[in-house]
Design a protein around this ligand. Sequence first.
Ligand code: FCB
Length: 448
Amino acid sequence: MLKFGKDFIFGVSTSAYQIEGAVAEGGRSPSIWDIFSRTPGNIHGEDIGDVACDHYHRFREDVALMAEIGIDAYRFSISWPRIFPEKGKYNPEGMEFYKKLIDELSKKGIKATVTLYHWDMPEWLYEMCGGWLNRDSVKWFKEYAIKVFEELNDSVKFWITFNEPQCSSYLGYGNGFHAPGHKNMREALIAAHHILLSHGAAVEAFRGFDFKDSKIGIALNLTPAYPASDSKEDMEAAYRFDGFMNRWYLDPVFKASYPEEMEEIYKGFLGEFDFIKNGDLEKISIKNDFLGVNYYSRQLVKFSQNSRLNFEVAHGNFERTTMDWEIVPEALNNLILRLRKEYTRIPIYITENGAAFNDRISEDGKIHDDKRINYLREHLIKVAELNEKGANIRGYYVWSLIDTLEWSYGYEKRFGIIFVDYETQKRIFKDSALWYKNLIKERGLKET
Ligand code: FCB
């Protein structure tokens, strides 16, 4: 039996735009995702988050479901345009929703883990100055973060400044797959820099508060790169992919620098980096209390003449989820070992891990998602084994509590351990929720 320590946190994750709905209630103004999702062609099935899982109205029911599973912590994000629906205008009604949610969690003994930015920038900010392209975004983010710290203070045990800066910058500004839908690599790097600077500014502001036992960190999406062959070209291509995907975010946060060889390559076709000012990297690398790791899959990579960075993704042979992501728990193991060796000794939390499959309600009214159970189980085995070797992983959050709007993929991709019938908003435990419940009760896993 692999055991988890008594303080190990078993959690679940969600994010505001993906579940809340009520986009025009409580004084909320639109976010860039409301606008992006309304634009035909951006989201599979033309889905939008107007209602989503109606969590805004059903949060009590959702917290009760969490309590039934027995989870220790709930990771959710705050919708910035609920808090500041207009420039400089604080909206107490928006904050009230999160206070009520945290209150409900605390009644059930569930800790609140709050992400400040999970991609839904207020549209006014984007329209006013271009969002993350403008260095002023740091100032606006800091204002928002301070207000949230002040209002929620130590009712929140874990703060996450940003969810996956790589996605908000590259997918948002580089390839246009996410809001606001720009396609410009230079812009992606500018956005990334301002997001990282905002992270530093928020952590600095947080240190000015006298919270007793609240911690702060950032959640990075890390995708280990594996070469498609042993050839020198493929190995170098994998290293460049790693620079593009992982090191571009890890190095500034932990080493106060951008990866030099990537900087050279980028400058070759994007021009000088005048958006990086003296002292920025010191601010970005301010000490975090923990690192959040969002891990789903690895990426196989090969050399290519057809891309600026001279790599392209290759097709691996592991079994896949319906996201077409390979299932490779061993890559999580290697990733954590690498983080420990090359980057940091601060506590790590797996802030997202999970899988989408084609869940169907069976004739017995249940959802038999054995593949998801296997996925979660195999990754949790790695976590427990790593901890036996001293990896200091303090917690694990399943993505996701419930099925959600999976961004550009729409509602079709289901990650939840709880099924949502979007017609009726009925929630149904999948087998994986029952499995998770049992795991939390036992705080241990059989290896076979
Ligand atoms: C991550 C996001 C999360 C969800 C999962 C599947 O990149 O943080 O919102 O979409 O992927």
